[in-house]
Design a protein around this ligand. Sequence first.
Ligand code: PLP
Length: 395
Amino acid sequence: MRMQELLARGEKVMMRNVSRLPAVFTRGEGAYLYDADGKKYLDFLSGIAVLALGHSHPRLVSVMQRQAAKVLHVSNYFFLEEQVELAERLKDLSGLDRVFFCNSGAEANEAAIKLARKYGRKLGGKYEIITAAGSFHGRTMGALAATGQPKYQQAFSPLPEGFRYAPLNDLAAWEAAINDRTCAVLVEPVQGEGGVRPATKEFIQGLAELCRKHRLLLMMDEVQTGLGRTGRFFAWEHAGVKPDVLTLAKALGHGIPFGAVLAREEAAVLEPGDHSTTVGGGGMAFAVALEVLRIIEEEDLTGRAGRLGRELTALFGQWQEKLSVVKGVRGLGLMLALELACPAQPVVETCLERGLLINAVTPTALRLLPPLNISKEDLERGLEILYGVLAERGG
Ligand SMILES: Cc1ncc(COP(=O)(O)O)c(C=O)c1O
């Protein structure tokens, strides 16, 4: 079989930096992926919240073809037309003032950390940033230092200094972590890699209050939650608290490497020479992002994610009553996790065999991130597979 052969070849030449599942894909369309042997899978992972509109969306394919023949890159000495339009659009959507484009979520957070350090320097040499225990902000050294999970950090010490960690939703602990070196806090409105754990409204509002009181930048990492995924265009809208600095990636580039940092004017402290990157998304990413934003708006996919999320949460509540293996459901919109009474990885593997992609976000929790435009039929088909696999493990 062609897939087994490709798997074996890949294992020989690729670094073993992640534990992979046994599938090699050759094509995607809508909510479906096809492996090298032609087997069809429903994709409830969306490349970890990247493909909000599913695979090979016809409008995105056209935009990419057009842009490839138009212009891709001109160096950062100049603007591209699409870059200006996208920055304006993001400014309108967020109510923030200025944008910096880069190539990934980690890079967006690196830039946010540099904004915070420079902002803190102006306040008299402040440089510490408080982040959440269990957070995930990326794998580059600064973003890794910001990530409050020792398991990702241990092999790479010494990490850049200047980070303190406090438990999510424990406002008193964050207040206690503030000192005269603190310049900013950085938080995911819903922790993604940490297990799909929402910050409470009260916590985010309290954090904003602490930031006002201590003149700290309130920075939010919406790399995974942004662009409608949680049922609000930005997840900060759930608490009604706008950050001073916001990072985006994943769905914005929709498979093209891309990231963005948005900041309030006072926090947009970068001056010529401070920070840059050669490509910073580029023409393809700008054009794709503009089209992604248009489609999400035209089809009200944010509202749809919220509605489907509420329906799914109610459904999983019923599963919990029927199946002893389901212990709980958490998350917002189409960013959901099912807590299990058994290890999650074997469930993921059986789902894969039966044609459904999900992942084990913790050893005992399954994460579901279906495309925001998934049809009801496809959603139901995937849920049927998942229910069948779970029922076999504890009905
Ligand atoms: C909240 C959050 N921040 C940052 C990152 C890092 O993004 P990237 O993998 O694009 O560097 C991720 C990736 O999963 C993420 O979920």
